[in-house]
Design a protein around this ligand. Structure first.
Ligand code: GAR
Length: 217
């Protein structure tokens, strides 16, 4: 059983998807802790209701990134995790922090990277008129919203979409994609090969593009 720690900043729907998958036996791991940088994040209450140890480390209470990350590192390392999942964790992390967890920290991002790193991905995609949008799970490097891509899911952009509708469609795909990627990690199926990630199965590599995600109406 791999030990997972999930970092969140908000509502925690991706975290909840992982907890559901772990509970349903779809992921060979256990979530030993959930850490939030926002004490009022809705995801903290959800995790704690499910009996998961939670801790809030409010970044505003620290004078700088270094001291915040020092506290964060201590809170993470107490779990001796095999994998750290950034599931809507909205803080930029220093190179030193990222290096400490190299190869064992992944992030979900609501765009098809390298398009639309950063914030407001859905409205930017709409403003550009793209027809395909989606989400990415990748290993974290010190290059924000970059790093070896594990898997991507694509969704269509519909003519009547606004950012809210598009975000909801992407979010559904995110839940599926993140559960798949965490499952592969826990099953020892991911190999980082330079800038690329291979997803292995018994007969070789698989191509982990999930498109279209089901139920996208
Ligand atoms: C998700 O859409 C996730 O991809 C995004 O924050 C949202 C969190 O939702 N993350 C980023 O933008 C990171 N760059 P959730 O709290 O319901 O999982």
């Amino acid at each position: 059983m791999k030990r997972l720690v999930i970092l969140i900043s908000g509502r925690g729907s991706n975290m909840t998807a992982i907890l559901d998958a772990v509970g349903g036996g779809k992921i060979a791991g256990e979530v030993t802790g959930v850490i939030s940088n926002r004490p009022d994040a809705a995801g903290v209450a959800i995790a704690s209701d499910r009996g998961v140890a939670t801790v809030s480390i409010d970044h505003r209470a620290y004078p700088d990134r270094e001291t915040f990350e020092h506290a964060l590192t201590a809170a993470i390392d107490v779990h001796a995790p095999d994998l750290i999942v950034l599931a809507g964790f909205m803080r930029i992390l220093s190179a030193a922090f990222v290096d400490r967890y190299a190869g064992r920290m992944i992030n979900i991002h609501p765009s098809l990277l390298p398009s639309y790193p950063g914030l407001d991905t859905h409205s930017r995609a709409l403003a550009d008129g793209v027809r395909i949008h989606g989400c990415t799970v990748h290993f974290v490097t010190d290059d924000v919203d970059h790093g070896p891509i594990i898997a991507q899911a694509a969704v269509p952009v519909r003519n009547d979409d606004d950012a809210t509708a598009l975000a909801a469609r992407v979010l559904e795909a995110e839940h599926q994609l993140l559960v798949a990627a965490v499952g592969w990690f826990c099953a020892g199926r991911l190999v980082i090969d330079g800038a690329r990630v291979r997803v292995k199965n018994e007969s070789g590599d698989v191509v982990p593009l999930i498109v279209p995600a089901p139920d996208l109406s």
